[in-house]
Design a binder for this molecule. Sequence first.
Ligand code: EPU
Length: 438
Amino acid sequence: MQKVLTIQGGKPLKGTVHVRGAKNLVPKAMVAALLGDGPSVLRNVPEIKDVEVVTSLLTLHGVQVTKDPVSGDLTLDPSGAKTASAREIDAHAGDSRIPILLCGPLMHTIGEAFIPDLGGCRIGDRPIDFHLDALRQFGAVVDKVDGGISISARKGLRGTKLELEYPSVGATEQVLLTAVKADGITELKNAAVEPEILDLIAILQKMGALITVQTDRVIRIEGVKRLGGFNHRALPDRNEGASWASAALATKGDIYVQGADQQDLTSFLNTYRKIGGDFEVDDDGIRFFHPGGKLNPLVVETDVHPGFMTDWQQPLVVALTQSEGVSIVHETVYENRFGFTDALVRMGATIQLHRECLGAVPCRFGQRNFLHSAVITGPSKLHGVDFVIPDLRGGFSHIIAALAAEGVSNASGIDIISRGYEHFMDKLQGLGADVTLS
Ligand code: EPU
């Protein structure tokens, strides 16, 4: 039986949450451990579903993953790496998109990889063409097989010159994890430079890789013959930090996000301030709060780093339903990331979706008939409804909208939240939310 989260709204969220390592780095750092010829230690690891999925995938491939029972630190020993069966890999991959990143490390380690058809949040088509094109350019042979793709590099992989059509996070990571041990030099143009990617580069450098991040999104990698293990503390999850910040604003609350790092949140903090949210930064985290009074409407466009992250958009839209006037959000990273607004409209929000680019700069989706711009008119009095959690950030948004609303909401499909939010129920209850799981 699926569990249902019952939310009694109308109470500000107040208190402290502790944010640990980033969901969008930690699983990739675990994959990087496969490239070493000795054990690696990863610290600040959150207890989230994506970490469990990668742990089982690595274990299937012969990597010994052990968790320190007190600190939660992971030790990953790849010395017994081996081929795993496609059926087993498929059974363990779950909804994660991480398996595609095992390609390069597995080809370097055992010469082949099987990657099951990928899951992940349904926020767009999410193709893997950039990944496969890059792998082919390194010399890999990629075959579509039943249930996934089979990849091999019996003759090894060689460095290459690549240019991404769009600065994809995953494709940039794919290139890094493959190029570090490929023969010769790789130059990647139009690379993504998100903080999580720079942290992955720091990890690879600790292992012995030679990587230079040049100006204008160019990354140059000189392949090396061998890499050792690493010892690294994962950077904090800025997307979780921004989610709680929006929750504070939407519920007229006050949340101290312990572990949040100002430098990775610069564009979020600017936006937060423009809406009328307040924050105080100290050495250990950031306090986000609603200072009272009215919230302002806003025009915001999502973008790759250093722009306003797409993952911040969904929780922020809930806060914008409480701003006085008309706000516009133009989503330029995923073509289909506004499905979650249906439930907000049922709760009483006024949100219209448009196919046109309602932003300063036309994006890739403008001519392609996708509802990728949202016009939000506020302030709206929200009321509780029943809903099904659609995806990670959309689900978080529904829950904070329900907490900001009058009355009771019932949410099903709550398990999705544990993919990226550690100890979610404990955190909500610690902030004084009136929630019960049954
Ligand atoms: N794209 C392609 N072809 C490809 C790869 C990507 O067309 O081969 C397109 C995508 O369809 C999308 C755009 O490029 O329109 C950007 O996708 P990207 O590859 O950057 O995303 P990702 O690596 O799949 C990661 C995060 C996402 C986050 C994005 C953007 C992980 C596990 N996921 O996804 O996180 O939104 O980067 O920063 O790191 C989330 O945390 O909720 C989440 C969805």
